[in-house]
Design a protein around this ligand. Structure first.
Ligand code: PEP
Ligand code: MG
Length: 573
């Protein structure tokens, strides 16, 4: 068995088609006829553009009109038309007398080494996309036609050194049941597309091309990153069974995308998603989320080299609100500090960043930055159902300060005749022990609560959430954490406000019956976990959940809780 990185789940069993290694040889012959060579390059560019437009069309058809995954090919189109790139190639032909292929190679390599040196993994991945464009352009000039993948036999497993965007776009994906390559990872174009098309994929499998012959029987397990070459009959039988089980569970989960969120005895819940940018709002809806329970806005600030302007923020929030078509969008105000640094803000290094200048503390100090964000959120609230969520609150005065600020901004918007939601709700994240203990008081001022168990667990147990040495202590099932969660929910309900949970625990299989029993109103989970969470909720009755909670609250140690839940839930499977 060979191992790689499983980047698209599922099991594929089929016959190998090994794509030939890219063997582009470029001569260093210089040229005499400069104009003729430039013309040859321009003809190749025209041909590239036509070919790429066709590939984009094919790809969009395969993805049922969804064009987001065609972005790489669209970028190749922009790039090939880029004035600077064309100038660079043409001047290499004119000034250095390089032949067209060599000029393309040299100029694109300059660009590739720039991207390869970048810090971000996503930027480095773009190297493969530019390389694909370069090689295709050169192949067109050399008159080499690409291998035809438009008609493939049933159950084909594509194996290549690297799967380029142009390969996936031209591939007869109906008949491809697996993708394996020697290079690439989670964010490679091939992985993104494989996930969108639900084709199992394992990337970065060392030497796979030389270990496999065309027609060899192959098993790909995209969940575990495993590849079997010419497996024995018994292994094939085992994997056929696993494949059937996996496909059944996917079918079953898909049915939960469009269902209501309710317990087995018909009690309704709100099931929302956590997102990090506006685009993910569309993914949340596609996965059946009833709204967004947490929009982590810090990514907007972390992705660029400078502060996003009010207009940029407004557009991002508005985009998410519009995508949600009236479903609630809970925007958390800037939560930086702790493990999230933003270099251009020049924050000083602190000895205890998690206990330091973070989230609402930062925002109430940098009122200029906070006002800009609040104004952008308020303006966006005219376009959907937006709620504001304040992170890391430890005292009532912080909520009151935010409310005063919001009131002031509303006045100035009124003066300028700018529309916004006058009833916008302001909620509080309960993620510090102080907020948890004072929940009864905070509930008097907050419009809703959202429990942030990721931080609440670390602060309650004094365990750094990112420190491996103490990770064994970090558990939401510690009775101390469970007791405060119950207190928070009870306090919210006493003051008749809704309470959700947006920490990871909201989607935890073992936690769900406890939260049902405690009466949580809203679960907010990573968008891809929405169907699974809905299925989980649907499997419990209030009566059974209450009896589990009763037992659990009688324990005094984390181990007792987790062992009990493990035995109980395993017993149901
Ligand atoms: C949390 O703390 O539970 C939470 C949802 O916020 P974050 O993980 O962004 O700190
Ligand atoms: Mg938090």
């Amino acid at each position: 068995m060979l191992r790689g990185i499983g980047t698209s789940k599922g099991i594929g069993i089929g016959k190998a088609l090994v794509l030939p290694k890219e063997n582009i040889v470029i001569s260093n012959k210089t040229i005499e006829d400069v104009d003729g060579e430039i013309q040859r390059f321009q003809d190749a560019t025209d041909c590239f553009i036509k070919e790429t437009e066709k590939l984009i069309e094919n790809l969009i058809n395969k993805l049922n009109g969804n064009d987001r995954n065609a972005a790489v090919l669209k970028n190749q189109l922009y790039l090939v038309k880029d004035v600077e790139l064309i100038k660079g190639i043409e001047s290499s032909i004119r000034d250095k007398k390089l032949n067209g292929e060599a000029a393309v190679d040299e100029t694109c390599n300059g660009l590739i080494s720039m991207f390869a040196g970048m810090d971000s993994e996503a930027m480095r991945q773009r190297v493969a996309d530019i390389e694909d464009m370069k090689n295709r352009l050169i192949r067109i000039m050399q008159g080499i036609t690409d291998i035809d993948l438009t008609r493939l036999p049933d159950n084909t497993i594509i194996i290549a050194e690297e799967i380029h965007p142009s390969v996936t776009a031209s591939m007869d994906t109906e008949h491809v049941v697996g993708i394996i390559s020697e290079r690439g990872g989670e964010t490679s174009h091939a992985s993104i597309l494989a996930r969108a098309l639900e084709i199992p994929a394992v990337l970065s499998v060392k030497d796979i091309c030389s270990l496999v012959n065309n027609g060899d029987e192959i098993i790909v397990d995209g969940a575990y990153g495993e590849v079997f070459v010419s497996p024995i009959e018994r292994t094939i039988r085992i994997y056929e069974k696993k494949k059937a089980q996996y496909e059944e569970s996917v079918r079953e989960l898909k049915e939960f995308i469009n269902k209501q969120t309710e317990s087995a005895d018909g009690h309704r819940y709100m099931l929302a998603a956590n997102i990090g940018n506006a685009e993910e709002a569309a993914k949340a809806v596609a996965n059946g989320a009833e709204g967004v329970g947490l929009f982590r806005t810090e990514f907007l600030f972390m992705n660029g080299n400078s502060m996003p302007t009010e207009q940029q923020q407004f557009e991002e929030y508005k985009k998410a609100a519009v995508l949600l078509k009236g479903k609630p969008l809970t925007i958390r105000t800037l939560d930086i500090g702790g493990d999230k640094d933003i270099p251009y803000m020049g924050l000083t290094k602190e000895t205890n960043p998690f206990l330091g200048y973070r989230a609402i503390r930062f925002c109430l100090d940098r009122v200029d930055i906070f006002t800009t964000q609040l104004k952008a959120i308020l303006r966006a609230s005219a376009y959907g159902n937006i709620r504001i969520l304040i992170p890391m609150v430890t005292s009532l005065s912080e909520i009151l300060a935010v409310k005063r600020l919001v009131k002031g901004i509303c006045k100035s918007l009124d003066k300028d005749d700018i529309k916004y939601d006058k009833d916008i709700k302001i909620g509080v994240m309960i993620e510090t022990p102080a907020a948890a203990v004072m929940a009864d008081v905070l509930a008097g001022e907050a419009d809703f609560f959202s429990i942030g168990t990721n931080d609440l667990t670390q602060y309650m147990l004094a365990v750094d959430r990112g420190n491996e040495n103490v990770a064994y202590l970090y558990s939401v099932f510690n009775p101390a954490v469970l007791r405060v969660i119950k207190n928070i929910i009870d306090c919210a309900h006493e003051k008749s406000i809704e309470v959700g949970m947006c920490g990871e625990a909201a989607g935890n299989e073992y936690m769900i019956p406890l939260l049902i029993a405690m009466g949580l109103d809203e679960f907010s989970v990573t968008y891809s976990k929405v169907p699974e969470t809905r299925k989980n909720i649907a499997s419990w009755t209030i009566k059974e959940s209450l009896s589990i909670l009763d037992t659990v609250l009688g324990f005094s140690e984390e181990k007792e809780v987790s062992n009990y839940l493990n035995d109980y839930i395993m017993g149901r499977h």
